[in-house]
Structures are given as structure tokens and as C-alpha cells.
Write a protein that binds this ligand. Structure first.
Ligand SMILES: Cc1ncc(COP(=O)(O)O)c(C=O)c1O
Length: 349
């Protein structure tokens, strides 16, 4: 994501394709939030949070889980839970934990990152993992953790590639953390149960506030001992929240009602890509439209004027130069896609 080109909304937009994080809670979700039983979660007293944590732990096939405020906080607490100072995390060169989370593990944990090349499909090469792991030598940091990510920029990485990378790391004694900000998109696309998608991972961050449509929240799942350490890290970063069952109820609602419908977002992304590639001057590589993101190449110099043209018409996008990323979601369905394409045709005409 190129945050330099990030567009801010001054008013609610008619169509917002900047991200799947922009969704607003539906009426059903708001009702669930209103009805939530709550308690003080720092005391472990919030029944809705406890129910959410149990549900996600079971869903992901892990021993325990912990509700976090965001994906960044969840990944950070996982990394702090897995690694000590002087240890090292292997990850993809442009995976979110390395480039988009303010270097938290290094800043707060004295942990190094060893970024690796990423294949076109978003996967890591097991041989690169072998080459990157440091020898047992006092000159070197101690390679402790591999982090994976799926989906990656909307790409759904094939399960055999995830399996191969995780296996290689584990054979070499590393633990594996899975950044599953949009893992349900991958599950729906691949037709795989969540527990199977992350079977190799020692810990998993699963976001509720992206395609699943909750206003806030990520759940970190893993072994009891890892979650215990992550809980301490969450305290350290001020992440203990009180009557947060209101938000956990939204997350529960999202898991109960918004998983299967991710297939609609994927279908709408294809609808969008197919229509845009018929527009003169635009190029869309449909081979990379695996889930809810579409990347469109535009003529040089069109990013700024296009964004203002659309903003005047109540449409928000994030466009870098020369590519825009468009995201379909709960509040951006087939009608919005068609309206959007009409406006794009107008601009490029
Ligand atoms: C792959 C990935 N991981 C982690 C995050 C961080 O999530 P949050 O914005 O909730 O901190 C994001 C955010 O978009 C993401 O795309």
C-alpha cells in the first residue's frame, strides 16, 4: 500500500473503494453490539470477549486466543511473544509486518527483520529461507521466527507454497506466525477450512475489521504459552481494554454473517476488472484478481486529476502513479462497481 497517495474522506462517500476497512457496521451488527453482555476485560470478566476468543481458537485449531485492537497490535504482540532481544524474524520484503507496521518488533523488542524476496504469487522460496537462516555463531542474530501472509495484496497464495515455506522453517527449528489480515478471503477462495489454512502456523492474526466488516479488532490465536506472553506484550503497549464486549459482539456477528459473502466481493472484483480492462488507456492484469482487490495501470500523470474528478462525484480511491488499487467490500457491491465504471469511462473519454 502506498500511503503517500492515501486519500482522506471529508464527508461520507457515495462509493469508497480505498479499502475493505472503510465499511460501516450494518444494522444487524449494531443491534448485536447494543445487546452485548460486557464486563471488564482487563479482569478477564467480559463474557462476549471470552466467547469470541474461544470461538476463534476453536475455528483456527489453536489452544487459546486473545482479542486485540488491530492487526498491527496482534502481529506485534505475536512477534514479541515469539522472540527475545537479539533474535531475528524472517519475512517477505514487502510483507506488512516489515514495511507497514512502523518496525514495532525492532523498536520495542530489539528484534531484527531479515526480509526475503517474494515470488510473483506472494510466496517465499524455501531455499531462500534456508539461505537466510543464520548459523549458530556469536556474530549473528538468532533466527527464531518466520512470518507468512495470505492473502497478499489480494493474491491468494496456493496452500502448497505456504506449506513448503512453513515446513522448511519448522524443520530448521523456527516458529511460524501467519498474518491473516484477510485469511478468510483465502479460505473462501480456496474452499479450505480456516484451521486447515493455518495448520502449520504456531500463531495466527485474524482481522475482523477488513473484509469481515467489524469496526475494530483482530484475534491472535496460538498455544496457551504464546498467548500468555502476547497478553503481557498487549499490556505493555497499552492494549488492555475494558467493556470491549461491545466490539467483540460486532466481531462475532461478522464471523456468523460475513464470511461466506466474501465470495460476492471476489465476484465483484472480477466484474470491476473485466469492465475496466475494456476502457481504452487502462490495463488490468486479471490473472492477479484472486480476491477483492483490482490493480489498474493508468496513463502517466492521470492519478491526481482522476482522484479529484472522482472525489467531486463522491467517489474515493487510492491511486498511486501509475497504478490504482480498488477494493470491493460489504458497502461496495455490483451497483457501486457499475456506477464507478461509468464515471471512469467519463473521465477517460
Ligand atoms: C496484510 C496486513 N496485515 C496487517 C495489517 C494491519 O492491520 P491494522 O490496520 O488493523 O493494524 C494490514 C492492514 O491493512 C494488512 O493488510
Amino acid at each position: 500500500m502506498n500511503y503517500a497517495g492515501m486519500t482522506r474522506a471529508n464527508a461520507p462517500a457515495r462509493i469508497d473503494m480505498r479499502s475493505d476497512t472503510v465499511t460501516r457496521p450494518s444494522e444487524g451488527m449494531r443491534d448485536a453490539m447494543m445487546a452485548a453482555e460486557v464486563g471488564d476485560d482487563v479482569y478477564g470478566d467480559d463474557p462476549t470477549v471470552n466467547a469470541l476468543q474461544d470461538k476463534v481458537a476453536a475455528m483456527l485449531g489453536k489452544e487459546a486466543a486473545l482479542f486485540m485492537s488491530s492487526g498491527t497490535q496482534s502481529n506485534l504482540c505475536a512477534m514479541l511473544g515469539h522472540c527475545a532481544r537479539g533474535e531475528e524474524i524472517l519475512t517477505g520484503r514487502d510483507y506488512h509486518v516489515f514495511i507497514d507496521e512502523a518496525g514495532g518488533a525492532s523498536v520495542l523488542g530489539g528484534i531484527m527483520f531479515a526480509p526475503m524476496p517474494i515470488a510473483e504469487d506472494g510466496s517465499l522460496d524455501p531455499d531462500d529461507i534456508d539461505r537466510t537462516i543464520k548459523p549458530d555463531d556469536e556474530h549473528c542474530p538468532i533466527s527464531t521466527l518466520l512470518t507468512l501472509e495470505n492473502t497478499w495484496h489480494g493474491r491468494v497464495i496456493p496452500q502448497d507454497k505456504i506449506h513448503a515455506a512453513a515446513r522448511r522453517a519448522k524443520d530448521r527449528g523456527l516458529s511460524v506466525h501467519f498474518d491473516g489480515a484477510r485469511m478468510m478471503n483465502a479460505c473462501v477462495k480456496l474452499g479450505i477450512a480456516p484451521a486447515d489454512l493455518v495448520a502449520e502456523a504456531d500463531s495466527v492474526s485474524m482481522c475482523l475489521s477488513k473484509g469481515l466488516g467489524a469496526p475494530v479488532g483482530t484475534v491472535l490465536a496460538g498455544s496457551k504459552s504464546l498467548i500468555r506472553r502476547a497478553h503481557r506484550a498487549r499490556k505493555l503497549v497499552g492494549g488492555g481494554m475494558r467493556q470491549i464486549g461491545v466490539m467483540a459482539a460486532a466481531a462475532m456477528y461478522a464471523l456468523d454473517h460475513h464470511v461466506d459473502r466474501l465470495a460476492d466481493d471476489h465476484a465483484n472484483a472480477i466484474r470491476l476488472g473485466d469492465q475496466l480492462r475494456a476502457v481504452d488507456k487502462l490495463h488490468v492484469d486479471m490473472d492477479v484478481v484472486d480476491s477483492n482487490m483490482v490493480f489498474v495501470d493508468m496513463p502517466k500523470g492521470s492519478s491526481e486529476p482522476l482522484q479529484s474528478y472522482l472525489r467531486e462525484r463522491g467517489i474515493l480511491i487510492n491511486a498511486g502513479e501509475p497504478q490504482m488499487r480498488l477494493v470491493t467490500h460489504l458497502d461496495c457491491g455490483a451497483d457501486e462497481v457499475d456506477l464507478f465504471v461509468d464515471e471512469i469511462r467519463g473521465f477517460f473519454a
